[in-house]
Design a binder for this molecule. Structure first.
Ligand SMILES: [Zn+2]
Length: 314
């Protein structure tokens, strides 16, 4: 740069070099010799041009720096906007994650309740043993897929199809349960107040010494009292049967049977269907009986059960 400037300012060649333009300034002072200043106009012009070029270079550089600065400011502003957008997106993501978590918990609780309901219904249908017992805090494991935004919809769909399946399984169970509950022999075979002379279980032999197992309940009633079916069913047996005397046996379905013994009169026939509360005969003192009473026996799955709970259930 300096070398170029030196060459540029060197004395011109050719015609301009042979006939340079000069400006001479003479300064005369009293009592002093005159001073003459000589300025080469060509060199002055060249210097002016060089200064102009330097000024242009400075101006260009300054403009460039200023422009760069403004560009940077714009980039910073843009970056700031981007950061704001990212923050908004992150906040939105956080909200979605929280909603997803809450939805997951909701579905989990809902499933637990449906499963609990299923267990209860199973329990009602088969009181002795639930088919699929579900207990809390049992060992768990296996392949698990964490709930994420990407698979949430698919998981929900699967989860709801499980509900569908559970409800599909529950409905027939519930219908069976309702039918069974409706058919269960409950209540008293005698209208009005009841007076029990002998409960279910071991008792003294009313006809002699020792003990015997009494497989039902004896109701003290006047001879000729209407004897009522304790549940809907089909008459399985009706007529004389040795120690039971005249007796009626009803099959209620679902493993339940009821027997009414020592009757004076039987008013139904085998195969007939009866409703709850319908009279099947009149009480009496037939068969192995020490006095007028109604002997009432309940069977569940071939075994006698204590009728007390069922009589009181009504
Ligand atoms: Zn009895």
């Amino acid at each position: 740069m300096l070398g170029w400037l030196r060459d540029y300012l060197r004395k011109p060649e050719g015609r301009a070099g042979q006939h340079p333009h000069y400006l001479e300034i003479m300064v005369a002072r009293t009592g002093q010799p005159a001073h003459t200043f000589r300025i080469n106009l060509d060199t002055l012009k060249k210097s002016g041009r060089a200064l102009g070029m330097l000024f242009l270079a400075w101006f260009g550089g300054t403009f460039y720096v200023a422009y760069s600065h403004i560009s940077n400011m714009e980039a910073i502003a843009s970056a700031s906007q981007q950061a704001e957008k990212i923050a908004q997106l992150e906040s939105s993501n956080q909200r979605l994650a929280e909603e997803k978590q809450s939805m997951g918990q909701y579905v989990f609780n809902l499933r637990a309740r449906v499963e609990e309901l299923a267990v209860r219904v199973h329990g009602m249908v088969n009181r002795t043993q639930t088919e699929f017992p579900v207990e809390a805090n049992r060992p768990q494991g296996g392949v698990a897929i964490p709930l994420s935004s990407a698979n949430a919809a698919e998981m929900m769909r699967k989860e709801f199809s499980l509900f569908d399946e559970n409800i599909d399984n529950l409905l027939p169970e519930l219908e069976t349960t309702l039918a069974r509950e409706f058919s269960r022999p409950v209540g008293s075979p005698i209208a009005g107040d009841i007076d029990i002379s002998s409960r279910y279980g071991v008792r003294n032999n009313p006809f002699g010494s020792g003990h015997e197992f009494h497989n039902g309940i004896d109701f003290i009633v006047d001879r000729g009292t209407p004897v009522l079916a304790t549940g809907p069913g089909r008459i399985e047996a009706a007529g004389y049967d040795g120690p039971n005397g005249n007796r009626v046996a009803i099959n209620h379905g679902f493993g339940y049977r009821s027997v009414y013994a020592h009757l004076s009169k039987v008013s139904v026939k085998p195969g007939e269907t009866v409703e709850r509360g319908q009279a099947v005969g009149l009480s009496g003192n037939t068969g192995r009986s020490s006095g007028p009473h109604l002997h009432y026996t309940l069977y569940y799955r071939g075994q006698t059960i204590n009728p007390a709970r069922y009589v009181k259930a009504n």
